[in-house]
Design a protein. Structure first.
Length: 455
C-alpha cells in the first residue's frame, strides 16, 4: 500500500485529502508546515508527496529542493492556488512530477498520483540548475491551458532539445522562448533572435551564417553570423515557415552536423547551441503542399509548445489587464463595466491586441480610471470589416492575362489602403503569404504605396 504525505497548512483541505486518499486505498501522512514536511520526507520516505507551495516555516519549493538534494526517493506533486508562470516552471525544473492548481479536482489528483507512482520520476531535471533562484517571468495567466505551458517549459528548459513554439500572432510566443532560455543551463550565454520574415532572402543567408570579405558585391569585411553569435547559448528563429527552400536545406544541414560555413568559405565552423523556432502557420499543411521540407519539420518539431489564443483563456483577461495597468505611468485602474467589456471581446489579435487596447485606454482615461468610453474595440467580425469589394474594381480589358494582372494590382493596392499601409495586415486580408505580397508589389511597382506607413 503506497504511503502519501499531504503537506498542506489548511487543516480542512489537509484532512479532506487524507480521507479521500485513504478511501482510495492509500496510507497517508500529514504535515501542516514546511519544516515538518521536510523532516517526514527525509526520515519516513513516503512514496509520494502532495506538496503545497505556501506553507509556514518553509515554502513548498524550498522543501522540494532540499528533499531532492537530500536524496529523497519520493515523487512530488506540487499544489497551489497561486499558479504564476515562474512558480510552475521552477517546480517542474526542480523535479516535481506534476503541478496541480487549486481548487483541486480530486479525480485529477488521483489520476496524476497513480501516474506519478507508476513512473517514480525521482531525479531533478537539472541538478546544477537547482542552485539558482527562480527567474522573473513575464508570462501572465492562471488558466489550465497556460498552466500546461508553464509545466512543459519547466520540463524541457534544462535539456538541449529543439523546440517549436506554435500559436496565433500576438499570443506571446517570444515570451515562451525567453522563459525557455532563462531557465536553461545556457541562461548565462546569448539568446540571439532572428525574424525570418523580416529579412529578404538575399540577405538572410549572410545574416544566419556570416560571410567572408569579398564573398559578394559590397562584402567589404568578414561578418560573423547569428549562428556564431549564439554559440553556447540559444538561437531563436521566428516565423520559421517563411524560410525560403534553399535556406531550409542549409538550416537542415546545420542542425544535422552542428557545423556551418560562412559565405565565401569552405571551412566548417562547429557551433554548440540550442535551436528554438516559432510559427503562427500550420507547418503540417505546408509540408503536405511541399512548401516546407518534411525532414526539416521533423528536426524542428522535437518538442512542440502550443500557445492558446486569448479567446480560449478568457479567464486570464483580468490578470493580464492588471499586469498592463501596473506598467502604466502613473498606474491606472479600471471599472468593472470596462473590464466586463474586455472579457466579452473575441480578441482576434490576442494578447498583443489587448495590450494595445489598454495602452490606448490609459492615454484617454481621465483621472487614471478606465471606463467603457475609453475601451475602443472594433465592432462586428474583423474579416467582414476588412473584406474587399470584389466587384467593379477594374474595367475589363482584352486578354485574360491583362485582366488578371490588373485585378491583382487593384486588389493589392486596395488591401494596402485598407490596412493603412501595413504589409502584414494586407497579406492577411488577401489570404496570402507576406513574401508573395512583396513579390507582387515589386512586380507591379507598388513599393511606394503609402510610403509613410508601409512596413
Amino acid at each position: 500500500m503506497p504511503t502519501i504525505l499531504i503537506a498542506e497548512d489548511e487543516a480542512a483541505a489537509r484532512n479532506s485529502l487524507a480521507s479521500l486518499l485513504e478511501e482510495s486505498g492509500f496510507r497517508t501522512l500529514t504535515a501542516a508546515d514546511g519544516a515538518d514536511a521536510l523532516s517526514q520526507i527525509l526520515h519516513k520516505e513516503p512514496d509520494a508527496v502532495l506538496l503545497d507551495v505556501r506553507m509556514p516555516s518553509l515554502d513548498g519549493l524550498s522543501v522540494l529542493k532540499r528533499a531532492l538534494e537530500g536524496g529523497s526517493p519520493s515523487t512530488f506533486l506540487v499544489m497551489t492556488a497561486y499558479g504564476d508562470s515562474a512558480t510552475a516552471i521552477e517546480a517542474m525544473k526542480l523535479g516535481a512530477f506534476d503541478y496541480l492548481s487549486k481548487p483541486l479536482d480530486f479525480d485529477h489528483v488521483l489520476s496524476q498520483l497513480k501516474r506519478a507512482l507508476a513512473h517514480r520520476k525521482i531525479e531533478p531535471a537539472n541538478s546544477d540548475a537547482t542552485s539558482e533562484p527562480p527567474r522573473k517571468q513575464t508570462m501572465v495567466g492562471y488558466s489550465p491551458a497556460m498552466q500546461r505551458v508553464y509545466k512543459l517549459i519547466g520540463q524541457i528548459a534544462a535539456s538541449d532539445a529543439t523546440v517549436l513554439v506554435r500559436g496565433e500572432s500576438g499570443t506571446g510566443k517570444e515570451l515562451v522562448v525567453n522563459a525557455i532560455h532563462e531557465n536553461s543551463a545556457r541562461a548565462a550565454r546569448p539568446l540571439v533572435k532572428v525574424n525570418c520574415a523580416a529579412i529578404p532572402d538575399s540577405l538572410l543567408e549572410s545574416e544566419l551564417f556570416g560571410h567572408e570579405k569579398g564573398a559578394f558585391t559590397n562584402a567589404l569585411f568578414r561578418r560573423t553570423g547569428r549562428f556564431e553569435e549564439a554559440n553556447g547559448g540559444t538561437l531563436f528563429l521566428d516565423e520559421i515557415a517563411e524560410l525560403a527552400p534553399v535556406l531550409q536545406a542549409k538550416l537542415l544541414r546545420a542542425l544535422q552536423e552542428r557545423t556551418i560555413e560562412r559565405l565565401g568559405s569552405n571551412t566548417p565552423i562547429r557551433v554548440d547551441l540550442r535551436i528554438v523556432t516559432a510559427t503562427s502557420r500550420n507547418l503540417e499543411e505546408l509540408v503536405a503542399r511541399a512548401v516546407f521540407r518534411e525532414d526539416l519539420y521533423y528536426r524542428l518539431n522535437v518538442v512542440s509548445i502550443a500557445l492558446p489564443p486569448l479567446r480560449e483563456r478568457k479567464q486570464d483577461i483580468p490578470a493580464l489587464v492588471q499586469h498592463f495597468l501596473s506598467r502604466s505611468n502613473p498606474p491606472a485602474s479600471i471599472t468593472p463595466a470596462a473590464l466586463a467589456l474586455l472579457c466579452d471581446h473575441h480578441w482576434p489579435g490576442n494578447v498583443r491586441e489587448l495590450e494595445n487596447t489598454i495602452a490606448r485606454a490609459t492615454v484617454l482615461a481621465r483621472a487614471h480610471v478606465i471606463d467603457t468610453p475609453e475601451i475602443q474595440l472594433p465592432t462586428g467580425n474583423f474579416a467582414q470589416q476588412t473584406a474587399l469589394d470584389w466587384t467593379a474594381l477594374i474595367p475589363l480589358q482584352a486578354g485574360w492575362k491583362d485582366n488578371t494582372e490588373a485585378l491583382e494590382r487593384a486588389l493589392i493596392r486596395r488591401a494596402l489602403e485598407t490596412a493603412h499601409g501595413n504589409k502584414s495586415k494586407a497579406a492577411e486580408i488577401l489570404g496570402i503569404h507576406r513574401r508573395l505580397l512583396y513579390e507582387k508589389m515589386r512586380q507591379y511597382s507598388l513599393e511606394s504605396v503609402d510610403p509613410g506607413q508601409t512596413r
